[in-house]
Write a protein that binds this ligand. Structure first.
Ligand SMILES: CC(=O)N[C@H](C=O)[C@@H](O)[C@H](O)[C@H](O)CO
Ligand SMILES: CC(=O)C(=O)O
Length: 307
């Protein structure tokens, strides 16, 4: 890689994709969205067009427009804009990788294709290599999310030896609950100075103990300020306070899960808490009843007010 890498650490918001009532991408929200994250949540990096951003439901052209808008509005404000480029067709992912490099993104990430799945870690490593070849100067992160892709290969197996194939490889976003596999990813990453970013927000404390470098998640859009307090307490060795905050956070997520908590509900919750108009989700996700989102948003506001 030709330039020095800014290590990805701390909290990263996995952003929602604002849509108009008619279901078109709404780029006018992105500027205010960035200001909200920085000013209200103390979150300075974003992961765009991922799960929360309904990336796989967007066209390649929409994804390019969104990535360009995030980079343009984030310039001089955001620390890092990581663009998720995962698609079913490797050609589309390559095009998005090349585009991300051309607009000054700070890194790219890719999930495994999930219709035709890689049969083993070798196949997945080869796929990641052929995508990063179109943006050789951009840090590449493997996005491990077996609950969505159905690809349950150990992430640690995917990492093993990948530095020899992909000089720009920089780490993993780990959205899974296998702490053995996660720990092995952290252990392997140490000697390469990679970042392991955790993606199950309500279980972050378990991952912090194993040494992850940060977290990428949907809830940091509206609970980033409090989770930043939790990270500070952890860094100060105040485990009682860290645990107390994690327990309160868990209670909010449990409440949401009991009502049914998916990207559609989450998106409406973001609109309610932030006041920004995220708009509806895209089919096959169905719009969430406002009363449900309001009940969850109220819990979040109560939690926020307490801290
Ligand atoms: C499956 C999924 O979308 N996971 C997200 C990140 O990867 C998380 O941020 C969750 O939305 C969050 O942990 C709430 O369950
Ligand atoms: C949650 C997450 O990391 C994503 O939206 O991709």
């Amino acid at each position: 890689m030709s330039r020095s890498v800014k290590k990805l650490t701390g909290l990263v918001a996995a952003t929602f994709t604002p849509l108009t009532a008619e279901g078109e991408i709404n780029l006018s929200v992105i500027g205010p969205y960035i200001d909200y994250l920085i000013e209200k949540q103390n979150v300075k990096s974003v992961f765009i067009n991922g799960t929360t951003g309904e990336g796989c439901s967007l066209t390649v052209d929409e994804r390019k427009q969104l990535a360009a808008a995030w980079c343009q509005h984030g310039k001089g404000k955001l620390e890092q804009v990581i663009v998720h480029v995962g698609c079913m067709s490797i050609k589309d992912s390559q095009e998005l990788a090349r585009h991300a490099a051309s607009i000054g993104a700070d890194g790219i990430a890719v999930i495994s294709p999930s219709f035709f799945k890689p049969i083993n870690a070798d196949a997945l490593r080869l796929f990641i290599k052929e995508v990063s070849a179109f943006a050789p100067d951009l840090p590449m992160y493997y996005y491990h999310i077996p609950s969505m892709t159905g690809v349950a290969l150990d992430a640690a197996d995917v990492l093993n030896g990948i530095e020899q194939m992909i000089p720009s490889f920089q780490g993993v976003k780990y959205t899974g609950t296998d702490l053995r596999d996660l720990g092995q990813c952290v252990c392997y990453s140490q000697s390469h100075n990679w970042s392991v970013m955790f993606g199950v927000d309500e279980q972050l404390l378990g991952a912090l103990v194993l040494g992850v470098h940060g977290a990428v998640g949907s809830t940091y859009n509206y609970l980033g300020r409090i989770v930043n307090q939790m990270l500070a307490a952890f860094d100060n060795g105040n485990y009682m306070q860290t645990r107390a905050l994690q327990f309160e956070f868990m209670e909010v997520i449990t409440f949401a899960k009991n009502l049914g908590f998916d990207v559609s509900v989450n998106k409406q919750v973001m609109s309610e808490v932030s006041g920004l108009a995220m708009g509806p989700p895209r089919l096959p996700l169905l719009p969430c009843p406002v009363s449900k989102a309001q009940a969850i948003a109220q819990k979040i506001k109560d939690f926020s007010q307490g801290h």
